[in-house]
Design a protein around this ligand. Sequence first.
Ligand SMILES: Cc1c2[nH]c(c1CCC(=O)O)Cc1[nH]c(c(CCC(=O)O)c1C)Cc1[nH]c(c(CCC(=O)O)c1C)Cc1[nH]c(c(C)c1CCC(=O)O)C2
Length: 356
Amino acid sequence: MSLEKNPSPKPSTPLFLRAAWGEDTERAPLWLMRQAGRYLPEYLAIKAKASFWEMVRTPELAAEVSLQPLRRFPLDAAIIFSDIMTPLPAMGVEIAFSPGPVVADPIRSQTQVEALRVPSSEELAPFLAEALRLTRRELEPQGVPLIGFGGAPLTLATYLIQGAGSKEYEDFRAFLRLEPAATHALLAKLTEVSIRYLRMQVEAGAQAIQLFDSWAGLHDPATYREFALPYNSAILRALEGLGVPRIYLAVGASHLYPVIAELPCEAVSVDWRLGLERIRPQLPGKTLQGNLDPSVLLASREVITREAHKVLRAGLGGAHIFNLGHGVIRTTPPDHVAHLAEVVHSFSRLQEPKHV
Ligand SMILES: Cc1c2[nH]c(c1CCC(=O)O)Cc1[nH]c(c(CCC(=O)O)c1C)Cc1[nH]c(c(CCC(=O)O)c1C)Cc1[nH]c(c(C)c1CCC(=O)O)C2
């Protein structure tokens, strides 16, 4: 597997991008999944006037919401405000948010799969391209890089087939076994759409791409190998050579790391179930992104400092981007995020690896 390295690492390259490309940086860059969202009063103020889809589909609002956390906290990267479900309506799927995605007509047959459109990259989400351009323009003077993202085919299929969020996604897991051919046909279509969608984001200014496979952890390694690995690999390979590092995220997927190690990406975003010192040997050559338990941000400042230091120390000895193991929880006090940023920014990585 050829892992393309940053073609021209300049000294001015932002810390986040250097770490994403595999550099063992002097300090860990920091950003947080769901750093824009319902824990911020300024987000809620916009949400009171616009629906979630309106926010996503209005470039000025999406740009504004993407920038909100950067105004409060010294984060090392921004992520564009959107959703993994954003490209699906152009394929002919009706989706509502309540607050998670709800599919009006869940896909349960080959006929429904065949009816799905594979739109051109211009049709997919023109509002997103514009939101990326607007956000990038604002971030450029501060030198803060902008992350684009999409959902991995298996995670998108989880919602499309199950129809809504669920604890164990039994209907989806049964469908994989009952209708493997229809599932593969759906995953192939989602792969093609994802390639167009993510390339479009890079052309519009995204400087890194994260592929969210939030529900990959539901599956055993053989099922992941059949229904996820080939499609994720095709998407990540299609982004090779575009000059952007590729980050892959899975949650509750420690049992899959030996397979995930085969993905053509520079970085893997991992959850808190295993320490980074245990994960690093399983993902050789990859930057690790993570992995503070988001619930730690609900605890006291002392606990946040202690737990963040554990993650920072466990991340020594290789490239590390500090993040949470999953998204910021809605009830997180914003000043706890400010405290976390202080802790991460004042931790020097120029010391011997010392695992705790
Ligand atoms: C699985 C998934 C979804 N969406 C996403 C994922 C992958 C990441 C993960 O595993 O959490 C990705 C996503 N969704 C959103 C972002 C914004 C960027 C960021 O700040 O990280 C990102 C990266 C905004 C959002 N997407 C959604 C909201 C909440 C909408 C609201 O304000 O009511 C936001 C801010 C809606 C949404 N969309 C989804 C869910 C489960 C929910 C509801 C639950 C929740 O609120 O956390 C699907």
